[in-house]
Design a protein around this ligand. Structure first.
Ligand code: FAD
Length: 292
């Protein structure tokens, strides 16, 4: 099933993100965790590619397993930077053969050891190159891309960032998922600006439930997200009490989702990070709203 056909207009729906294992020895535990999340019957699940501690090797195994065992539509992430055309084309072929209809087309982060090198000869410069390639091969994928309500860290300014986002949409991207954010007003402001810039495809906001104090620093480093005072106070108060921090972090994320829905945003992606208990708690907090 294509994500673009799952996007609801009236009722709230949640999707969850998981990441593949780092090593073969952790494959079974990750597989079990992702299956527990699939049992919640989200609208779809995305499986990252070499991000969040996983590797690219198992993305398809995890995505295929969830789809085949639980019938949950999956979105396979794929990055292209510092990869050859041959490698990327092989991956695209494997995604197709696995019966996965949705691809999140990403550039990926520049590996630290390659920062500052001349990239002009690389097969892929930006995610838009991968999107064009996915369209050219005519494989009928539903294509997603990433956006950054608080600007991608490499961008000079938001105008430039939105210009490049439009290039991805013009290249054939069907929907956009946002980087995490902790202040919904930043998203509303961003949506206004991208609609003004002529970007009309659906945008799925990404919400990251912060469930322990250590995650805060990592999340900020990864995303550059602004932490509102309300969130900082929560970490100050509960950061040293893991159970309380988890409860408060889940409540904060739930609250963000309720506010998004109250503002007519019906599809929300939860960065559930292989934590079935967190995904289940968010879903149960919203049970009456979700009607399940
Ligand atoms: P791009 O869209 O190519 O943009 C990268 C930068 O280049 C931006 O600053 C953009 O403004 C600029 N740019 C774009 N086009 C041009 C141009 N023509 N000229 C000049 N500048 C340009 N990482 C992973 O490794 N694996 C994952 O699975 C993964 N999943 C993600 C999912 C989501 C929803 C998000 C938000 C991020 C994810 N990432 C993942 C992180 C992502 O790979 C990094 O943020 C990466 O640095 C940028 O990828 P991109 O696809 O957004 O790049």
């Amino acid at each position: 099933m294509k994500i673009i056909d799952l996007i609801t207009k009236d009722t709230l729906s949640l999707s969850f993100e998981v990441f593949p294992p780092k090593t073969e020895s952790s494959f079974e535990s990750v597989k079990t965790a992702t299956e527990e999340i699939a049992k919640l019957k989200p609208s779809f699940m995305s499986v990252t590619y070499g991000a969040g501690g996983g590797t690219s090797k198992y993305t398809l195994d995890i995505a295929k397993n969830i789809k085949e065992l639980y019938g949950v539509p999956t979105l396979a992430h794929l990055t292209c930077v510092s990869s050859t055309k041959e490698t990327v084309q092989q991956k695209i072929k494997e995604i197709k053969e696995a019966g996965i209809e949705n691809v999140m087309a990403l550039r990926g982060d520049i590996p630290q050891e390659l920062e500052g090198v001349d990239r002009s000869g690389w097969d892929y410069q930006y995610a838009a190159d991968l999107i064009s390639e996915l369209k050219d091969i005519n494989a009928d994928f539903c294509i997603g891309c990433a956006c950054y309500p608080e600007i991608h860290p490499e961008s000079a300014n938001q105008k430039e960032d939105i210009k490049h986002l439009k290039e991805k949409v013009d290249a054939g991207c069907d929907f956009i998922t946002t980087q995490m954010f902790f202040d919904n007003n930043l998203l509303y402001n961003f949506l206004y600006k991208i609609r003004e810039a002529g970007i009309t495809v659906p945008v799925i906001p990404g919400i990251m439930p912060i469930t322990n104090a250590n995650q805060v620093e990592r999340a900020i480093k990864l995303s550059g997200s602004f932490m509102p005072q309300r969130f900082k106070s929560l970490v100050d108060k509960f950061g040293s009490n893991p159970a309380a921090m988890k409860q408060a972090g889940i409540a904060y994320a739930t609250d963000q989702i309720i506010d998004l829905y109250a503002n007519n945003i019906t599809n929300v992606h939860v960065y559930s990070m292989n934590k079935p208990d967190v995904a289940a708690k968010i879903q149960s907090n919203l049970s009456d709203i979700l009607g399940k």
